[in-house]
Design a protein around this ligand. Structure first.
Ligand SMILES: Nc1ncnc2c1ncn2[C@@H]1O[C@H](COP(=O)(O)OP(=O)(O)OP(=O)(O)O)[C@@H](O)[C@H]1O
Length: 311
């Protein structure tokens, strides 16, 4: 799947701004970004549901949106909102979808039985979909999205309403699908999910601000992570927050996590600055994680730290 110069305008709002993307076959490709950054709009354009204002899209060798009709048969799409029929049973929902996809009756029967089993829904097959739990609904929605064996699956925040255990099981199912050759593009707000993707794109205000394997993105972070251990992390946060070169501060338990420009800050200068504010602290180097990458990529530009001036 490839997109070049992809843009979408809604009136005066440029919701997606000149995005280039390449997603390889059988990859689990993650989409991260703050609310309103253009993830859903991009996904909807890639699967042919929405026309771009500019740009070119090729998916499974087809031009989109021109050949969207042909593409429909080869993709699955699942959104955060449960879109199956609540007043049909689990089995009836899947039978209905099999009819929509024109699956021959015998194939539909085996496929539905197989999916009910794979997604732990066999015992629930006669239950109305509306009465399922959040996790069960997601599993049913996934079964519905893959019923016709699509080569490519678009998932727009599929786990937004499910508990951690169900999210984990859902992701195991995604990897089973990827192992069997399905390409998956999935948007998420969860860092642990993003961490599991083969590759990630981070969108901010419609622009692609980072793209790479999670480990590569962490290694390429142009800032240093420092962990401040002190009795008053809130006060330490206040003492550092307006300092030039400080990119982000977050209290994690009793510690303060500091993302800072490499030039101008080190353990000694941070400790010195806190000492000047009457805060005794020990500072040690931390490992960059995806949350640091996300925060750095989606924040306003930082004022550079003048060497020595901050201490
Ligand atoms: N049909 C539409 N008409 C007008 N504006 C729209 C339309 N669809 C999306 N937008 C706007 O485009 C921007 C991007 O929205 P989009 O839903 O793509 O973001 P998102 O990254 O998926 O957000 P979230 O994480 O909250 O789901 C938002 O400002 C949204 O209000």
């Amino acid at each position: 799947m490839q997109a070049r110069g992809l843009s979408r305008r809604f009136g005066n709002l440029l919701a997606v701004d000149n995005v280039d993307l390449t997603v390889g076959r059988a990859q689990v490709y993650g989409f991260l970004g703050p609310n309103g950054s253009g993830k859903s709009t991009t996904i909807r354009m890639l699967c042919g549901l929405l026309s771009p204002s500019a740009g070119a899209i090729e998916v499974l060798g087809l031009q989109v949106p021109q050949q969207a009709e042909q593409l429909k048969r080869r993709i699955g799409y699942m959104t955060q909102k449960f879109s199956l029929y609540e007043d049909l049973s689990v089995q009836e929902n899947l039978e209905f979808l099999a009819a929509v996809h024109d699956l021959p009756r015998a194939r539909a029967r085996t496929r539905i039985a197989g999916l009910l089993q794979r997604y732990w829904l066999t015992e629930r097959r006669n239950q109305l979909a509306g009465t399922l739990s959040g996790g069960q609904k997601q599993r049913l929605a996934l079964a519905g999205a893959v019923l016709h064996e699509p080569e490519l699956l678009f998932l727009d925040e599929p786990t937004s309403a499910v508990d951690p255990q169900s999210r984990r099981e859902f992701w195991d199912s995604l990897f089973q699908l990827a192992d069997a050759g399905t390409t998956i593009l999935v948007s998420t707000h969860y860092m642990d999910e993003a961490e599991r993707c083969h590759r990630l794109a981070i969108l901010d205000q419609g622009r692609l601000v980072a793209d790479g394997a999670p480990r590569e993105l962490c290694a390429a972070l142009p800032y240093a992570v420092w962990l401040v251990d002190c009795a008053a992390p809130r006060r330490a946060q206040q003492a550092l927050q307006d300092q030039p070169g400080i990119v982000a501060l977050a209290q994690i338990g009793a510690e303060l996590r500091v993302l800072a420009a490499r030039e101008g800050w080190d353990a000694a200068s941070l400790q010195h600055r806190l000492g000047d504010c009457g805060i005794a602290a020990t500072v040690r180097r931390g490992e960059a994680n995806l949350e640091d990458v996300f925060v750095a990529a989606t924040q306003k530009p930082v004022r550079p730290a003048a060497t020595g001036a901050a201490a």
